[in-house]
Design a protein around this ligand. Structure first.
Ligand code: SAM
Length: 472
């Protein structure tokens, strides 16, 4: 039985409910009247249900699809403006005892070189990341209680927050590690993490069990209920994701919206972010064997429909996507992207040798952070290195309130400009700096509150004079 308020995975992600929605969407994919009604509801920018969202995703009427894309752009503009938050992944360890069929870290892979960073190596990686200009990291690790116990993760977080190299600082550490207990989530909370990210991979229980034949991750319910435990442990901001390509995309799209609805109903606050990774080639992994690959067009439509269904949730795209694909989805709803990423353990200090293969997957966008920042600005976006909300305690529902009240133009926008100014002063190439200075001058005018505008100007002048870390 479907029950959004149930603590049980199989009830808040009910297979029966998803199958019914998929059938309903199939029957109504050309139902103009119904689709127009859903679009009308979505124009209020308060979201639509999973059942309505899958009808939009399946819609085959070209003119209405155009309206869907336009609405996604409008919602993005309304809540997130033209800011794009920048981050980088940091791979701590590829030791793993799970058997995930799609991941090169799987325990049976004997030709991948296993590697775990020491605290000294983490220091070196973080300094390399700070020297690129990064302020926000996503920690990544395989699941291995012996090699990567929670104590190792906690110590690593402490190390990272403690490194201040030149003007560098990592101000927000998000964590993407395996599902764990309420006690360990409490420890992560106490260590000062930003978002706890965990990808569901697929919401289809049968496929999930096939794809995860061995190891602790094979427990579908334990994995699917992890976000409830994380929130019970005090973590306000959680990040969902599906690995597109593993299973039927319509099923997983419906599942992820249901998961968001569950968190909102059961925990009072929806997911902070949704990631949309697509399966990539990797050591020992051929994505073609999974048979569920989606086209760039469908990928873009998924992003647009998630944007419409959950307007308050940030959306993340990584360097698994090419420059071209990233350009397309940025306008449709993405609010965070990674730049200059290395997916190998230790990859920021030393570029990976071909035969070593500690990487998790092949990167599709190999540009440096400076190139990505410049490219974003040339395309009308403001790259932001802001971490203010989390540091000011604006997490969970407090963050959502700010977003809903649309006050971000007087808060996130100046913060984005100030952190961009820091980037330009400390790390940018001359050309990027020139474009950035012009952009900041132009974008300051967008701030509507005169006092905030005045203060932002003052802070930016202070940054020019060598001071750092201002925020609203
Ligand atoms: N080990 C943790 C877990 O299982 O949740 C941490 C995350 S793992 C380092 C990060 C994510 O990478 C996985 O959740 C999965 O979605 C994704 N991933 C694994 N193999 C991939 C591949 N071949 N291509 C693209 N993404 C992949």
């Amino acid at each position: 039985m479907y029950d959004v308020m149930s603590p049980k995975a199989e009830e808040f992600i009910s297979d029966e409910e998803i199958q019914e929605c998929l059938k309903y969407a199939e029957e109504n994919k050309n139902n103009r009247e119904l689709i127009e009604q859903i679009i009308e509801k979505a124009r209020k920018m308060k979201g639509v249900s999973h059942k309505e969202a899958i009808v939009l995703l399946d819609c085959e009427l070209e003119d209405l699809n155009e309206q869907i894309y336009q609405l996604a752009r409008d919602i993005k503009e309304e809540f997130y403006g033209n800011r794009i938050v920048m981050f980088a992944p940091l791979y701590l360890s590829n030791y793993c005892i799970n058997g995930c069929e799609y991941c090169p870290y799987h325990a049976k892979n004997k030709h991948i070189r296993r590697k775990k960073l020491s605290q000294e190596e983490i220091r070196e990686e973080v300094i390399a990341l700070q020297d690129m200009g990064h302020k926000r990291l996503a920690l990544e690790a395989g699941e291995d209680p012996k090699n990567n116990p929670i104590e190792y993760i906690l110590e690593s977080i402490k190390t990272i927050y403690g490194i201040h190299h030149k003007n560098g600082d990592i101000r927000r550490v998000n964590v993407n590690i395996a599902a764990t207990t309420v006690e360990e989530y409490k420890m992560l909370k106490d260590a000062g993490i930003g978002t706890y990210i965990l990808f569901q991979e697929t919401y289809n229980k049968k496929s999930y069990e096939k794809l995860h034949p061995t190891g602790p991750k094979s427990d579908y319910a334990y994995h699917t209920e992890a976000m409830d435990r994380a929130m019970e442990g005090g973590i306000d901001d959680v990040g969902l994701g599906v690995l597109f390509g593993l299973n039927n995309y319509r099923y997983d799209f419906t599942g992820i919206i249901m998961h968001a609805e569950h968190l909102e109903a059961y925990k009072g606050v929806g997911p902070h972010t949704i990631s949309v990774p697509r399966l990539r080639r990797a050591d020992d992994i051929d994505p073609d064997v999974f048979d569920n690959g989606i086209s760039d067009e469908m990928f873009a439509k998924i992003v647009a429909c998630i944007r419409i269904a959950v307007p308050y949730t940030g959306m993340i795209v990584s360097t698994r996507e090419s420059q071209e694909s990233r350009a397309k989805v940025l306008e449709l709803g993405i609010s965070q992207i990674s730049g200059g990423s290395r997916t190998s353990v230790g990859g920021y200090v030393e570029e990976e040798q071909e035969e070593e293969n500690t990487a998790q997957f092949d990167v599709n966008d190999n540009r440096s952070l400076d190139e990505v920042v410049k490219w974003l600005m040339e395309n009308g976006y403001v790259p932001s290195f802001c971490t203010a909300c989390y540091r000011a305690g604006r997490t969970g529902d407090r963050f959502m309130e700010l977003l809903k009240s649309k006050q971000i133009v007087n808060c996130c926008h100046p913060n984005a400009l100030m952190t961009l100014k820091e980037y330009l002063e400390d790390y940018a190439s001359p050309e990027t700096k020139k474009i950035g200075e012009e952009l900041i001058a132009k974008e300051l005018e967008v701030i509507t509150n005169p006092k905030v505008k005045e203060k932002a100007r003052e802070y930016i002048a202070n940054i020019q004079d060598g001071q750092r870390d201002f925020r609203f």
